[in-house]
Design a binder for this molecule. Structure first.
Ligand code: ZN
Length: 177
């Protein structure tokens, strides 16, 4: 049975560490961690979660885009565990879009990201996967990938004026601006 895990918050030094490579994907500890992360991100209305956010400093995250209270316009996809992920290539175009983070509650920021990325990762069955991701899903990947290197989205803001509260963000969504 998957367990809900407590999510650590900005200020916890684990969020600033470089996470460790996963050597043995079939290890029960890693497989259970994938199940627990998947349950935890769903419960928290997230669209992605990285292992360091539950104090497990491994190069592993879940991308689980779906429309929810925090991201009403997110595309739907099966929750996918991406292990030892990397960005192989990226578009030159950079787009700014709103992000939040389960480890930075109450804050949203307009973050510049590559519009498209070509990525490689190992799936939970140990198979190497290569994918091209665009737009919102590319944004999730880049956000989660940053967590593995100790980077949080607020580090990438161009200007503190690009930061607003969750309440303000929700008002803007309601007004569709
Ligand atoms: Zn995050």
């Amino acid at each position: 049975m998957a367990e809900l895990m407590p999510i650590i918050q900005l200020g916890n030094p684990i969020l600033r560490q470089k996470a460790a490579w996963v050597d043995n994907i079939q290890d029960a500890h890693i497989q259970n961690l994938i199940d627990d992360l998947t349950a935890t991100v769903a419960k928290a209305n997230g669209v992605g979660i990285a292992a360091p956010q539950v104090a497990a400093s491994y190069r592993l995250f879940i991308v689980a885009s779906r429309p929810n209270l925090r991201y009403p316009h997110a595309p739907v996809m099966e929750p996918t565990a991406m292990i030892n992920p990397r960005i192989v290539a990226h578009a030159t175009e950079i787009v700014k879009g709103w992000e939040g983070c389960l480890s930075v509650p109450g804050i949203r920021g307009l973050v510049p990201r590559y519009q498209a990325v070509e990525v490689a990762y190992t799936d939970r069955n140990g198979k190497l996967q290569k994918q091209e991701l665009t737009d919102f899903v590319a944004r999730i990947f880049q956000h989660e990938h940053d967590h593995l290197d100790g980077i949080v989205f607020v580090d990438r803001l161009e200007n503190s004026l690009d930061m607003i509260t969750e309440d303000e963000y929700q008002k803007r969504i309601a007004n569709n601006t």
